[in-house]
Design a protein around this ligand. Structure first.
Ligand code: ZN
Length: 128
């Protein structure tokens, strides 16, 4: 089955302050009509600190569902300033983002994965 409208995927914090701007950004970036939004409180902290945990496996299984069943064209891993779920300094959170990408790449090596950081002004920026 092929979807007429393209999906992309994001693993994002539950924080409702950032979700709308993340959806807007990734729809533009991946030229997608729809975004599958997988939320956890501070997901980059989960994937970097506890990559083999039940919480991490639940993220992976939902990513897999989105990638396979919706033929998602890409994945955005997101972190943001003043995160209650991953309350670390910004620089440490950015390291967590990169570690999360490494973990996701192990499981989904063929997927286009981008990293997004959402600072206090709520405008997402790409992270290398
Ligand atoms: Zn958060």
């Amino acid at each position: 089955m092929s979807f007429e409208k393209r999906y992309c995927t994001t693993v994002c914090c539950i924080d409702g302050k950032i979700v709308p701007s993340v959806i807007h950004f990734v729809k533009e970036y991946f030229q997608s009509e729809y975004v599958d939004v997988i939320t956890e409180a501070g997901p980059a902290g989960i994937l970097s600190d506890h990559p083999d945990s039940v919480a991490a496996e639940q993220i992976y299984s939902r990513v897999e569902l989105s990638l396979e069943k919706h033929e998602s064209v890409g994945l955005a891993m997101v972190a943001h300033g003043r995160c209650l779920g991953n309350p670390k300094k910004d620089t440490v959170q950015l390291d967590d983002l990169r570690t999360s990408r490494d973990e996701l790449k192990l499981r989904f090596p063929d997927t286009d994965i981008i990293l997004l950081w959402v600072p206090s002004d709520e405008t997402p920026v790409l992270v290398d």
